[in-house]
Write a protein of this length. Sequence first.
Length: 202
Amino acid sequence: MASRGRLITVEGIDGAGKTTLVAGIVAHVDGLTVLREPGGVAVSERIRELVKDPALTVDPRAEALLYAAARAQLVAERLVPLLDGGADVLLDRFVDSSLAYQGAGRGLGVAEIAELNRFATAGLAPDLTLYVRVDPEIGARRAAGDDRMEQAGSAFFATVAAAYDALAAAEPARIVVLDGEQPPDDVLAAALGAMKHLQSPG
């Protein structure tokens, strides 16, 4: 029987450089299955269209529930089967995003959103989280700004960034902080080092 695969998540505010990092990791690490949130399966991609649409006004509680629903489907349909089959998965965003964005940014409460997502994921947690940290102003300049979430404003993203920092401080064994203001190659090297440590025996 294959050993269980590992779940590695990539987190950070919009414009942190997650997409660049994911592409770099894929180029250097063989055999990874790469997925994104919200999305990764048909139901979740439909939900992604809703939550990203700048023409829609979505209540914060509805937003949190939509993200949790997309996550629940991804976990059941792809993540659990992949991990149980021994595949390593690199996932662009997971529960930490909801804790930071909806829990803190939307003011719904980190503990409340954590409880919602424990239900959505059936308790599935990452083995390693790569948190690409940048100053919110830098993230705002880098982000395209054309989807609903990216239009939330500077105060919102400052709150989200602070929440990410708090999550990283609370779980240093799982969350590795990467300096997203360094050159992309340096960020990648630090991420690959963290992943190598995860893959070492014991």
